[in-house]
Ligand binder design. Structure first.
Ligand code: FES
Length: 115
């Protein structure tokens, strides 16, 4: 069970439980289930509207995750990551703090999501 805290300066923070490991529970799906107004449009990793910043809530090392080609392209286009940063994350086996909520699968770690 993961604890996911959604934070936005315009709303009160909301922390929800997520059943991690289903491989189908995207961060956007979780937000929608809990009526958290994360912007979105295509829901397919194309538009970039659902970009969020994801960090650890307890300063624990986050699990490594490789961005898909589609997500890399959109995050680079949005100016969130450079190609060098993406390459370094892959070398270091580290997750990106910038993610697309519709592409990020929730895993068994407690995270803060700024949207
Ligand atoms: Fe379009 Fe996520 S909703 S990239």
């Amino acid at each position: 069970m993961a604890l996911v805290t959604f934070s936005n300066p315009e709303y009160k923070d909301k922390t929800v439980y997520a059943v991690a490991g289903s491989h189908t529970e995207s961060l956007l799906k979780l937000a929608k289930e809990h009526k958290i107004p994360v912007h979105h449009d295509c829901q397919d990793g194309e538009c970039g509207n659902c970009v969020v910043r994801v960090t650890s809530v307890d300063n624990k090392a986050r699990m490594g995750y490789h961005l898909t080609e589609k997500e890399q392209t959109v995050l680079r286009h949005l100016g969130k990551l450079t190609k060098d940063q993406i390459d370094q994350l892959a070398v270091d086996d580290m997750p990106s703090e910038w993610r697309l909520a519709c592409q990020m699968i929730v895993r068994d770690e407690d995270i803060l999501v700024e949207y």
